[in-house]
Write a protein that binds this ligand. Structure first.
Ligand code: GDP
Ligand code: MN
Length: 398
């Protein structure tokens, strides 16, 4: 789960990282008011979206007056900011963060990530941070400083000092840099983060180490341990299809094709999508109902998949171990009875209580296409979809 810059800064400040003075605003007028309240004569207005690359996309603006703040905000609010990290749809701007502008001498890059092959937290840093960090790491990879943390002892002071030296931090600021590194590491570990990134971390003109930007990502599977972090979730920044599913405890992944897939388990989802492609179709999404799904849960899954306007056929593929085919069948019947669908529905059931499941489907009298093997199911879904499309075209032609 991602959070906003202002939230990450507040968290990191609690761990001893120095950040600029700032305030959040939900409207241009509020932003100007916040700036006046803060005092000073120069501010930075920053669009709060869950993505980096805002600077280059017009989401970070330097302002010298109330009037400039209002104008900058009017350009931002309600707009979708498209950066190289958002994808073409962009992310909506509904909050801005106003900060006292900080004059600085140097920009440093600092990142904490999980190195999955080493199974360690890795610190990645560069003496040349800022908006060109991607180019620098591509052109001069040797200039990137890397250091892995030994989990049994955590980040050590000597190790943090080594990083400070490698970055050429002036001796008078070594201690402040060590405090910043230890603070970020503690936040990462204590809050089950998967990423902490400060870019830029600057040496200010009055000789302080300060985080001008901050990004944090958290392990969703650990959020139950951190209710204060879960609360920071901002649904306006998520794919609405995926957040609706997450609210119902379902795993949903949106794709670009037109066959909606309801499956159980990630492995079966992959196999189902491969087989659909093999049969000449394209999946629109897949929804994993998980284990032990009740009829209600299956019906919910069905409604969710149908709410995706790209879906022109549905394939339910369940290999029931912990699940029960009769419950899945009941769920499918419930969903189709309550909300009849116009698109073809193919169901393939295998495993626990399969006979009872098939009996429920047959008894329902609903136009459900049944299949025994995975290949058969995929082929029937693709064929039914093709026929349905052809028929619709004929109807339109008439
Ligand atoms: P990003 O493009 O999404 O990573 O947004 P940043 O928060 O990193 O802002 C982009 C750039 O704006 C930074 O790399 C800085 O060079 C500049 N910037 C951000 N905050 C300040 C500030 O307080 N003072 C000054 N002078 N520049 C800033
Ligand atoms: Mn940045």
């Amino acid at each position: 789960m991602d959070i906003h810059e202002y939230q990450a800064k507040e968290i990191l400040a609690g761990f001893g990282v120095t950040v600029p003075q700032g305030a959040l605003a939900y409207s241009p007028e509020q932003a100007a008011y916040r700036a006046r309240e803060m005092g000073g004569s120069r501010w930075i207005v920053k669009a709060q979206v869950h993505a980096g690359g805002r600077g280059k996309a017009g989401g970070v603006k330097l302002c010298d007056s109330d009037h400039e703040i209002v104008t900058a905000c009017e350009d931002m609010f309600g707009r979708k900011l498209v950066t190289h990290q958002t994808g073409p749809a962009g992310k909506g701007i509904y909050r801005v963060y106003v900060e006292a502008a900080v004059p600085f001498e140097r920009e440093i890059y600092l990142g904490f990530v999980l190195d999955r092959s080493l199974q360690r937290v890795m610190i990645v840093a560069s003496a040349e941070g800022g908006m060109e960090i991607e180019e620098i790491s591509a052109q001069r990879p040797e200039s990137i400083v890397r250091s892995t943390v030994e989990p049994a002892v955590g980040l050590q002071e000597f190790q943090a000092r080594e990083i400070a030296f490698a970055l050429g931090i002036p001796p008078a600021l070594t201690q402040a840099m060590v405090r910043t590194l230890l603070g970020c590491y503690a936040a990462f570990r204590d809050l089950d983060a998967t990423m902490v990134e400060i870019n830029p971390l600057v040496i200010t003109s009055d000789n302080r180490i300060m985080a001008l930007d901050a990004k944090m990502t958290f392990d969703s599977n650990a959020l139950f341990r951190h209710p204060q972090i879960s609360e920071l979730r901002d649904k306006s920044q998520e794919d609405p299809r995926e957040s609706r599913a997450a609210d119902r405890g379902l795993n949903y992944i949106g794709l670009d094709g037109n066959i909606g897939c309801i499956v159980n388990g990630a492995g079966l989802a992959m196999a189902t999508m491969d087989t659909i492609k093999l049969a000449g179709g394209e999946p629109a999404n897949f929804l994993d109902i998980g284990g032990g799904a009740t009829p209600e849960r299956v019906a919910k899954a069905f409604r969710l998949v149908m709410s995706d306007s790209n879906v022109q056929a549905i394939l339910v593929n369940i290999f029931a171990g912990i699940n029960r085919c009769d419950w899945v069948a009941e769920g499918v019947v419930q969903a189709l009875t309550q909300n009849p669908v116009e698109v073809p529905v193919v169901v393939r059931l295998a495993g626990t209580n399969v006979d009872e499941g098939l009996r429920i489907l047959a008894k329902s009298g609903l136009p459900i296409i049944r299949a025994t093997t995975l290949m058969e199911a995929a082929e029937r879904a693709v064929t039914a979809w093709r026929n349905d499309q052809a028929q619709n075209t004929n109807v339109r032609a008439i």
